[in-house]
Write a protein that binds this ligand. Structure first.
Ligand code: ADP
Length: 491
């Protein structure tokens, strides 16, 4: 062999070795590999690695076979650019997968040059980036949604006249809506990150809210309060506010959100209404008191009425005027209560005697029910006799109202420890379970009582009077066969 032939043989061997290494590399890589003709018209070969279908024969319409229709133009443009500059082709694009689904690849191809420096073909590799792309897309979507949600919440928070804010656990404001900022006369940067005092709250007010924030944090429950303080421009205002815990994903309180509503107008209207009720009741009561007194005088001045008809009419008139007095007293109490002018004037008295007097009055007033008043030994109570009489009369009045004629109403009193417990039971309609918690609310009336007269203030006033005595009032039980109301008084 001459040396020339030897050289040729050696270089052929080297090429063969290189090609083998190259093939091994292609087999070893998990990437898709492909070879394109110099002008990218034909795909010479593609190993799809189960991700894409293989191509073993030269294929002219590789774009239609592999590239997602929406990315055809993008791929063509990138190919043109790579060809023009003979530079690496690189693109992320959607592909049509072997199983018919849509995937994503990151594809790169390099030009292979011949000995004259002309492009002979392109060698490419593509990796499956479907998962990464999906994650990226869903992240983008989440981000867009979050931002949209933020815009929605911000618009709501900034369009309400209510004050909205969030405290961190060091009592600093970390959010304030525009209504609050404008009430303070501050902008976001001046106010956020600052505490209550720095934002102009009086020390008592700041301290109160700090205690409430601690409470919300400790109990993880919302609280509601009412506060009144002078506003720089609008004078004294009354505010209703709610503090609510914001919980993190471990269920711990991470901040406290608050909303505050200016209820000054509502309060003023309520006050006007109460004043009106008070005034009307007072005006009605004066002539009614005289009327009752005249009727009683008439009855007393001629006790042995000759004419039974006149006697009956007189009795009924007294009864009805008493009922009306009771009703008006209820309104007067409500008006006094609401304006904070209901005073409990306590004095010591014997409850047994007191109950006996009520028993007599009751039997006279309601003749169509049977009454059983328990006997009791004298017991000393410190209380407002007039108001306590109203409470018992109210419970008895309700028992009469909500039960059939001829049924029994039982009133008993027992001592339990240092409490006197008074029980009023009837055999009436009873109260639906879901209504029981609302009975003592102002103006609450049972749903089935449309035909029975009433204003829904009796039990509300009763509760205020009993609580004013340091006692409690509740419904002990109620079934379709009757109800039992109880209250306690400290002995
Ligand atoms: P009113 O009787 O004027 O409606 P109250 O405040 O005295 O107002 O009572 C509130 C509601 O409680 C009544 O509407 C009625 O539904 C219910 N209620 C009170 N007492 C009784 C009772 N003894 N039996 C059944 N329901 C009662």
């Amino acid at each position: 062999m001459n040396s020339l032939t030897e050289d040729k043989y050696a270089s052929k061997k080297a090429i063969a070795a290189n090609e083998e290494r190259f093939r091994a590399l292609i087999t070893a890589t998990s990437d898709i590999v492909y070879i394109m003709s110099a002008d990218w018209r034909d795909m010479k070969q593609l190993e799809g690695r189960d991700f894409l279908a293989d191509t073993n024969e030269p294929l002219a319409d590789w774009i239609a076979k592999y590239i997602h229709p929406l990315d055809h133009d993008q791929v063509r443009t990138a190919v043109e650019e790579a060809r023009r500059a003979n530079k690496i082709f690189q693109l992320e694009h959607r592909v049509l997968r072997a199983d018919g689904s849509i995937g994503w690849t990151l594809s790169r191809a390099v030009p292979i040059l011949d000995h004259e420096g002309k492009v002979r073909e392109w060698f490419g590799a593509a990796s499956d980036i479907t998962e990464a792309k999906r994650a990226e897309e869903s992240l983008k979507l989440t981000k867009e949604l979050t931002e949209q949600q933020k815009r929605v919440y911000e618009t709501i928070a900034n369009s309400t006249p209510d004050l909205m804010y969030v405290f961190d656990l060091q009592y600093n404001f970390i959010y304030a809506n525009e209504a609050l900022l404008s009430m303070w006369g501050k902008n976001w940067d001046d106010a956020i990150g600052k505490g209550l005092l720095e934002n102009g709250y009086e020390p008592w007010h700041a301290e109160m809210h700090q205690r409430e924030i601690d409470h919300v944090r400790a109990t993880k429950t919302a609280i509601r309060g009412e506060v009144s303080f002078p506003h720089a421009l609008f004078g004294k205002r009354v505010y209703d506010y709610i503090f609510t815990p914001i919980l993190n994903d471990k269920g711990e309180v991470e901040a406290v959100a608050g909303t505050t509503r200016d209820i000054t107008e509502i309060k003023q209207n309520e006050q006007r209404k109460n004043d009106f009720i008070g005034m009307v009741s007072h005006e009605l009561k004066t002539p009614l008191t005289s009327l009752t007194a005249y009727l009683q005088l008439m009855e007393k001045s001629n006790p042995a009425q000759e004419d039974p008809m006149t006697k009956k009419i007189l009795e009924q008139s007294i009864k009805q005027s008493r009922r009306m007095t009771n009703m008006i007293n209820g309104f007067l109490n409500l008006a006094r209560l609401e304006s904070g002018k209901m005073f409990i004037e306590k004095e010591p008295f014997d409850f047994a005697t007191f109950l006996q007097e009520i028993a007599e009055e009751t039997r006279m007033l309601y003749t169509q029910h049977r009454f059983a008043f328990s006997e009791m030994a004298p017991v000393n109570i410190n209380g407002d006799m007039g108001k306590l009489a109203q409470v018992i009369n109210n419970l008895i009045g309700n028992a009469v109202k909500y039960s059939n004629l001829g049924t029994q109403i039982t009133i008993s009193a027992t001592i339990e420890g240092d409490q006197l417990k008074i029980i009023v039971s009837d055999e009436g309609t009873g109260i639906p379970q879901e209504e029981i918690s609302k009975l003592f609310d102002r103006f609450y009336r049972g749903q089935n009582n449309n035909l029975i007269a009433g204003f829904g203030i009796g039990l509300y006033v009763c509760r205020e009077i009993i609580e004013g005595h340091g006692g409690k009032i509740w419904v002990e039980q109620s079934t379709g066969h009757g109800s039992t109301f109880c209250f306690t008084l400290p002995v």
